[in-house]
Design a binder for this molecule. Sequence first.
Ligand SMILES: Cc1cc2nc3c(=O)[nH]c(=O)nc-3n(C[C@H](O)[C@H](O)[C@H](O)COP(=O)(O)OP(=O)(O)OC[C@H]3O[C@@H](n4cnc5c(N)ncnc54)[C@H](O)[C@@H]3O)c2cc1C
Length: 315
Amino acid sequence: MAKILAVGEVANGVPKKATREITSVGKALGGVDTIVFGTNTASGAAEVAKHGADTVYTAEIADYNGEAYARAVAKLVKEKGYDTVLIPHSWTGRDVSARVATLLDSAVISDAVELSMDGDKIKIRKPVYSGKAFVNLKSKCAIQVVTVRPNSQPIKENAGAGKVETVAVDTTTSKAKQVSFTAQKSNRVSLTEADIVVSGGRGIKGPENFPLIEGLADILGAGVGATRAVVDAGWCDHTLQVGQTGQTVSPTLYIAVGISGAIQHMAGMGSSKYIVAINKDADAPIFKVSTYGIVDDLFAVVPPLQEELKGLLGK
Ligand SMILES: Cc1cc2nc3c(=O)[nH]c(=O)nc-3n(C[C@H](O)[C@H](O)[C@H](O)COP(=O)(O)OP(=O)(O)OC[C@H]3O[C@@H](n4cnc5c(N)ncnc54)[C@H](O)[C@@H]3O)c2cc1C
């Protein structure tokens, strides 16, 4: 059986959704301990234990520091004898996982969407070729380091022992440090954690129409995404880009508005459970992966859809 350490984050005492997910999957694989970085981590420890952690290591640190996170994880792995490290496939997780693997003389298997035990190793299923195929992989390294796609694992309540230990994080030897932090002025759910995502493509014609996408998202309590075409044109912030060179999302519902469905875009949203596309071109590739499609002018569809949803949802 693998000895698993999950690496998570807690902000102001609240564990991130991806932290709950990797702890839940670690428990399902046979047992897990979780290290959480962030602020007010002691308050978040009980919540993490609910999802299966036998030991929650709390690492209090206000500012993200990939080098320091990785050193703390690698030290813990060596001291306690973990042979498996699970990390969310988030912006920070991608950074930390590479550093952890280097420090442990290992290699990362990235973006797992399914994990199961195969002997004493984990069998990992992950998408390749922009989501057109899947491969099953097993690490040959003594310590396997795996990143797990956010929203790909069910969150379960299956409590672990919940022992809490404090871990020191040393930033003094880090070669980079955070000099400023600007929080986004948005109350919306984060794109990678959202259960519903509404994304806009070049079909919206210009930045003046992006509020149409945001309005639909707000009615649904959804995250907002965009294609690279929209981001490159400066119609919205670049952090909203979904796709091969943007963020990977895996929501229950993905609504693609005025998006053609280029392979590079689908690489970032193809694993969504239900895809609804609104496009006036019936031959647009997005319809090949859509659960439901509306072939029409988005400007004729989205406003009445918003009104209908407001009524249904009492907003
Ligand atoms: C190396 C590389 C990496 C890339 N990475 C990414 C990435 O990460 N993410 C990404 O998204 N792209 C990426 N791209 C770009 C990608 O190839 C496409 O160019 C891009 O996704 C197209 O965006 P779009 O669907 O918004 O625009 P278009 O392809 O122009 O599609 C617009 C769609 O809107 C429809 N439309 C127009 N008007 C209306 C209307 N009134 N009502 C309804 N529908 C309408 C059209 O029928 C069309 O299907 C990458 C490309 C390369 C080469």
